[in-house]
Design a protein around this ligand. Structure first.
Ligand SMILES: [Mg+2]
Length: 170
């Protein structure tokens, strides 16, 4: 069960600051896209998110987008966010995590995996030996398979003492 356990649970990525990272010995982040940085499927310009990423990069934090979205969608956001990454990553497959860590040239223990899903982002990050950070999803996704996964996530997270209702922020 511990492979499903996030090290940190936060409401929004903006809570991740250079100070937050320094306190955890992290120098880089792998970032999920959908429902972590932007609402699922969104192509709307997210100025706040671009500024947040820019501030972290100015502080020397390595950032890399690791998304299961289509390559086209990932490329759209990579060009706007200003850092590298990939789409169709196949999370939780460890191969994509290893490639991303190579791109950042950082060891797994110095990198946080930030995402909104336990069975892709948290599991994959834990398998890769990274510090996992679960973020509350930005939007409630209506796809049936995602709704089923959310129910399982709630069960897993409750075991760890997290009262997890997607879309309901504390
Ligand atoms: Mg996501």
């Amino acid at each position: 069960m511990s492979l499903f356990r996030p090290r940190d649970v936060i409401d929004h990525v903006a809570q991740i600051t250079p100070h937050f990272l320094a306190a955890r010995g992290l120098n880089g982040l792998l970032l999920d896209l959908d429902n972590t940085l932007v609402p699922y499927g969104s192509y709307a310009e997210e100025g706040e998110m671009v500024r947040w990423a820019g501030e972290l990069r100015s502080a020397g934090v390595g950032l890399y987008l690791l998304s299961n979205a289509t390559g086209k969608r990932a490329s759209f956001w990579i060009s706007r966010l200003g850092f590298a990454g990939v789409g169709m990553a196949g999370k939780p497959n460890p191969r994509a995590f290893r490639k991303a860590l190579d791109a950042l040239a950082l060891p797994p223990h110095a990198v946080g995996m930030v995402g909104d899903q336990v069975f892709t982002d948290v599991l994959g990050g834990n398998l890769a030996g990274m510090h996992t950070i679960l973020v509350r999803p930005l939007a409630v996704n209506a796809l049936p398979h995602t709704r089923a996964a959310r129910r399982l996530e709630r069960l897993v997270l409750r075991r760890y003492g997290h009262d997890w209702e997607p879309g309901r922020r504390r």
